[in-house]
Structures are given as structure tokens and as C-alpha cells.
Design a protein around this ligand. Structure first.
Ligand SMILES: [Zn+2]
Ligand SMILES: [Zn+2]
Length: 658
């Protein structure tokens, strides 16, 4: 694509119609599926703000005394509004002073169970998805994917099991997205159509990424997305939601506050506490502590890096290092990074431009995200600075070239793999060139990356990875940050979310040990087995109450059954045997045997003879013209499998055709 064409493409690409009505700050989005509250007064979102006459005390039980598990923060708060929630209009106010915890009003009458159920993201890193259910209303938070590990032979992507939600489709009032990483939005093309395209709520960047990610699946026009921002208030069924700004390795992320009669539920999303992010607003600690003062009954907090001691460094630290490397480089600079690190990439492009380098984009997601970054003003650069990979790069002065390549997934690493192997048609690397790995490989891709590193080392390219750069820059809060978050939120119940099971238990221990949190008030959930919240407090769902969860494998956009993967696994391990039996009235005339991927090829003749004998015997012993061939095929299959296991301790896939 020529420079001119590219600039048109970058500048004018209208990925979506902008939703102007919803883009002003602090706007309240007209709720879809607006439903009255149970029993009492109808509230509309504009009424969420309680008037100053409404004393929080009116919601507190006269019988209740001192549920506070920690030193009361401020007794005067009992005169303030509680979470702006007004479920008990008309109840007599009982002015009894009691030890304050913002959620003492748990005992203020039962408005029904609220269930918080994760469907993914708790026993893996990825597939983040949960739903809140309260009577006839369900609201979903995130629908993420997980990338396959090497044992998921041929599978493209994994998504959570949504069978419970499909059964309860009618109750779904909306889907809220916390941020634009694929482990939170990647499931849109697979999940949203199955749920009948419920209304979606996402911040501006997240919305653009959802749309871009859905384009090739042909559902873009069917998505109903409303923009939210940290000041939005939305109401979906009985649920009311507010948001707060969080920092992460992608801009425009929000945490979620759910207003309930039992106090606020807070979902932190993926977060870190960055006071000096270069592409985003600093962490809004004031707002977070305000949420805490309004009464948090349950905090769901990101655990991905919670057990790493200390504090993450600011994103601005790594950007400074990258800038220095680019300026000092004598030849071409090739940077591999996650295409979603929009802030970091934008800074790289800007410093490349300053040094007079043209930036070549390699990888489709990189091209797509740069279009979005320019459109939303995260990236400010001249049209001529950005180019798609093209012939032109061949003749350019290496000092004027920077190549940005996605390095997160095997197939997208292809360009760098070819450059390293010396087979890239336009780029022949030399020892003057610099390659910077600015993202850690997704587990499972390490081996592929080692061979790239080996090839680069042979050429003598200068290499920098996160061991040489700053290792502490991560998008997920370390121990000190998660402690700060939970302290500020001051919840009655704490539940660690996002991350492997050991990370979440580790996070729980930190909260118990360092923050003096009562262990019985910590709830470590499982996928499918979440939390029940009512006026008695919060508890884990029992085994009986659990909903189906677990990963669903997707290939070519279709669900893949367990048996497909198990066949592939068996074939990968033991190969495959195909047997065709020809007979006349039950007398075997010929047994044809073929094999693939079977190891004992030099003994093939003997083995096939032995197997042929066995097939003949079993066939003739079991033949019955009244029985269908299928049954006999199954018997022969079992006999063959048994024989192979007995002789070779191998279990190939066996197919028998009569
Ligand atoms: Zn994330
Ligand atoms: Zn995540």
C-alpha cells in the first residue's frame, strides 16, 4: 500500500458510527430494559442521587449491633447516604447509634439473593467472565477468551461455558466490559450472538476494540454498544452501576460499582496503581476511597500479580528505556509487543518520529490497533510516519527504519521468525540492527521464541528483552497495590478474582495477614461456583447451587467437542490404524490395514499379520447377519485397541470398516 493510500486508510477508516449522544462526560445512559424496583418506588437513574434528607440510618436494622470487623473509620458517616441507594423509602428511621461499618445495613430486610457467578478467569489466566443475577435480572461482566496451550491441538481459542446464560437468556439485561484486552472482550463474536445480542456497555477505546475484533465475524452491525466513562451511571434491570477509572497496560479501563440494597459490590477489573502513566490519567485514589466510604459489601479484586512483593513501576519507566534504545540504535529497530499496549506503542511511534524513523507495522492486530489509537488520539503522528510493511523498506537507510511487530502469539511472530531465519523477503537483518522484545511470551510460545532468539544471536543482532529492560513494569497490581486497593475499599467481604487458583489463595492470605481481614469474610470462588449475597451477608455457593462452567473450545468459529481433541491427542501419541474387512457370508476374504504415525514401521509386516489374524478370528466368532455391521465394527475396534495396548503399550486411534 502506498504512503498516500495508507494515510487515507489510517485517517478515514470509519470503524463505526460514533455514538455522540453518549460521549459527553458524566452522561447517564438511558437504561435498556428498565424495570421497576421490587416492591417500592420506581427509581430512574437521575434519582440515584439521594436527597440529603435521606438518612442512611433508615436502612439499618434496629436489631443489629456492630458488624464492623475493623476499627470504624468515621462514625459521622452514619449520617451520610449509603451508596446512594434508597430501597426503603418510607421505613421508620431508627436513630440508634451503633458501631459503624458501612455495610451494617446488611440486616435491613431481604430483597432477595444476589448471585455473583464467575464463568471463567478463576482457574486460568484468560476467559474472564462473570454474571450477576438478582431475581429476573442478569448482567454480565466481560466475555473473554483464552489462547490455547500446546495440548489444545489445532484449537483456535477457548471461551467460557455459557449454557446457564443461554437457558436464562430472557433475564439478561446487558453486558459490561471493563477494558479492551482479549481475555475480557475476545469472546464477543462467539458469546454475544448466542445470547441474542444483549445491549453492551463499554468505554470508548474498549468499544472500538470490540468492534474491530468483531468485524471479520460479520456481527459488527448487530452489536448494540453504548459508551460509558468513569462518570457514567447506568441501570440494568434492578441493578445500578457506577464506574471508576483504573490503570492497566491498556488505557480506558474501568472498575465497576454495583449498587445493591446490601451495600456496593466492587469489581476492580485488571488494575495497577500508576501515579505517572504517560498515556492515561493517574489512578483515582480519591474516588476509590470515596467508594469505600459509601459502603462496600463485597470487593472482587484482581489477583494476577498479587503475590509478587512490592509495587509495579510506572509505565513511563519502560517508555523512557525504549526511547533511549531507539535513539542509540545504529541500524534498524524491531520492537515486538502486544498490539493492545496502545499507550506504549504510541510512545514508541512518537519517539521514532522524533528520531526521523519511519515506523513499519507488521501484524494485522498491530495495524488495526494503530488505526484506533490515531482515531482516539492516543497516537499523534504524521501520516507519513506510519507505513505498512512493504518493498520500500528494502532500500531505506536502516537508521530510518523502525518495525513494530506483534509478538504475543506464534503466528503473528511469523514476520520476525522469517527475519531471524533470513527468509524475510524485504528485511535482511545485520549485526547493526536491534531487536527489542517488549512483551513476555504467552506460556506455550516459549519454545518458538527460543528458536527465534537462537537465530538472532547467530546473526549478532543486539537483543533486549524484559530481563534487560525493566522487569517490574506490569499491568497488574503487585502486593502493595492490591493491599492499598482493598484498604481503600474497606469491604465487608473480600473475594480474589482473575488468576490461577494458587494466585487467588495467595492473595487471600495477604489480605488476611497484612490487613487483618477475618478469614471467614474472604470468599475464594471457583468457575461456576460464586457468591450468594443477601441480608444475612455473603457466602459461597454450594456444589448443588453451582452452574456449569469450564472451557469450550472453538475452531473456525465453531464449537469443538471434547472427543475431537481427545482423538487428536490419541493420534498425536499413538498414531492411527485403518482396517477394512471384506467378507462373504461371515467368512473373511481380505483384511486391509493401513497406518499413519505409527512407530513400529519396520515391524509393520509382522504386526499387520498378527492383527489380520486377530481381526479374522474376532470377526468370524462374532458375525451374525441379524446384527448391524456397526456393532461388529465396534467389537473389532475394541479387540484391536486391546491387542495394541497388550503388545506395545500404545493406544492408536482405530477405524474399522466392514
Ligand atoms: Zn487486562
Ligand atoms: Zn485480564
Amino acid at each position: 500500500m502506498s504512503t498516500e493510500k495508507l494515510s487515507q486508510w489510517l485517517g478515514k477508516e470509519g470503524l463505526l458510527e460514533s455514538n455522540k449522544a453518549n460521549t459527553q462526560k458524566g452522561v447517564t445512559i438511558a437504561p435498556q430494559n428498565k424495570k421497576p424496583y421490587p416492591q417500592q418506588t420506581k427509581l430512574n437513574p437521575n434519582q440515584i442521587k439521594t436527597n440529603s434528607q435521606d438518612k442512611g440510618l433508615s436502612r439499618r436494622s434496629p436489631h443489629h449491633s456492630g458488624q464492623a470487623q475493623r476499627t470504624p473509620r468515621n462514625d459521622n458517616l452514619s449520617n451520610k447516604k449509603f451508596g446512594d441507594y434508597n430501597p426503603t423509602v418510607g421505613r421508620p428511621t431508627v436513630a440508634k447509634r451503633e458501631k459503624f461499618h458501612p455495610t451494617n445495613f446488611l440486616h435491613s430486610g431481604n430483597k432477595g439473593d444476589i448471585r455473583i457467578v464467575p464463568l471463567g478467569g478463576l482457574e486460568q489466566v484468560g476467559e474472564n467472565m462473570m454474571f450477576l443475577e438478582w431475581g429476573d435480572d442478569i448482567v454480565i461482566i466481560d466475555t473473554g477468551v483464552e489462547f490455547p496451550s500446546p495440548e489444545h491441538l489445532g484449537i483456535d481459542v477457548l471461551v467460557p461455558n455459557i449454557s446457564y446464560l443461554i437457558q436464562n437468556k430472557k433475564k439478561i439485561r446487558g453486558v459490561i466490559y471493563t477494558h479492551g484486552h482479549l481475555d475480557h472482550i475476545g469472546g464477543v463474536p462467539y458469546i454475544i450472538p448466542e445470547l441474542g445480542f444483549p445491549p453492551i456497555y463499554a468505554t470508548r477505546l474498549t468499544k472500538e476494540l470490540i468492534l474491530a475484533n468483531s468485524t471479520e465475524h460479520g456481527i459488527k452491525d448487530k452489536l448494540k454498544i453504548s459508551e460509558i466513562n468513569p462518570k457514567s451511571k447506568i441501570r440494568l434491570g434492578k441493578f445500578e452501576f457506577e464506574f471508576f477509572h483504573i490503570n492497566h497496560s491498556i488505557p480506558d479501563g474501568v472498575g465497576i460499582v454495583v449498587k445493591t440494597p446490601y451495600g456496593q459490590i466492587v469489581h476492580t477489573s485488571d488494575f495497577k496503581i500508576d501515579q505517572n502513566p504517560s498515556d492515561d490519567q493517574p489512578a483515582d485514589l480519591g474516588r476509590i476511597s470515596q467508594i469505600g466510604r459509601n459502603g462496600v459489601v463485597l470487593a472482587l479484586v484482581d489477583s494476577t500479580n498479587a503475590i509478587k512483593p512490592g509495587h509495579t513501576l510506572s509505565e513511563s519507566v519502560i517508555e523512557k528505556e525504549l526511547k533511549k534504545l531507539i535513539t542509540e540504535a545504529k541500524g534498524r529497530v524491531i520492537i515486538t509487543t502486544f498490539a493492545s499496549s496502545i499507550g506504549r506503542i504510541s510512545k514508541v511511534v512518537e519517539s521514532a518520529e522524533k528520531d526521523g524513523r519511519t515506523v513499519f507495522l507488521s501484524g494485522r492486530s498491530m495495524e488495526r490497533n494503530m488505526v484506533i489509537a490515531r482515531k482516539l488520539n492516543y497516537l499523534k503522528c504524521k501520516d507519513t510516519t506510519l507505513q505498512l510493511m512493504s518493498r520500500g523498506i528494502k532500500t531505506m537507510d536502516p537508521k530510518k527504519v523502525l518495525i513494530l511487530s506483534t509478538g504475543s502469539q506464534g503466528e503473528e511472530l511469523a514476520a520476525l521468525t522469517r527475519m531471524a531465519a533470513g527468509t524475510h523477503k524485504d528485511v535482511k537483518l545485520t549485526k547493526n540492527d536491534t531487536v527489542i522484545f517488549s512483551s513476555s511470551p504467552i506460556p506455550g510460545n516459549e519454545l518458538a521464541i527460543v528458536s527465534v532468539l537462537n537465530n538472532l544471536a547467530e546473526i549478532g543482532v543486539k537483543m533486549f528483552d524484559k530481563k534487560k529492560l525493566d522487569i517490574h513494569v506490569s499491568g497488574h497490581a503487585y502486593e502493595e497495590e492490591v493491599k492499598l486497593m482493598t484498604s481503600l475499599l474497606n469491604p465487608k467481604y473480600f473475594s480474589p478474582i482473575h488468576g490461577e487458583t494458587y494466585m487467588r489463595y495467595g492473595h487471600r492470605d495477604i489480605v488476611v495477614e497484612s490487613l487483618n481481614f477475618k478469614e471467614e469474610n474472604t470468599l475464594v470462588m471457583k468457575n461456576g461456583q460464586g457468591i450468594v449475597l443477601n441480608n444475612q451477608g455473603a457466602r459461597l455457593m454450594t456444589d448443588k447451587e453451582a452452574v456449569p462452567a469450564g472451557s469450550v473450545m472453538i475452531e473456525f468459529g465453531e464449537k469443538v467437542g471434547e472427543h475431537v481433541l481427545s482423538d487428536r491427542t490419541i493420534m498425536a501419541d499413538g498414531g492411527a490404524i485403518f482396517i477394512v474387512v471384506k467378507h462373504k457370508d461371515g467368512k473373511v476374504q481380505k483384511v486391509d490395514i493401513r497406518s499413519r504415525g505409527f512407530i513400529y514401521m519396520n515391524m509393520q509386516h509382522e504386526i499387520f499379520n498378527l492383527l489380520g489374524q486377530e481381526i479374522k478370528t474376532v470377526f468370524e466368532r462374532n458375525y451374525d447377519p441379524a446384527r448391524p455391521d456397526r456393532t461388529l465394527e465396534e467389537t473389532l475396534k475394541q479387540a484391536t485397541t486391546k491387542l495394541f495396548f497388550r503388545k506395545f503399550k500404545k493406544e492408536p486411534v482405530v477405524e474399522v470398516i466392514i
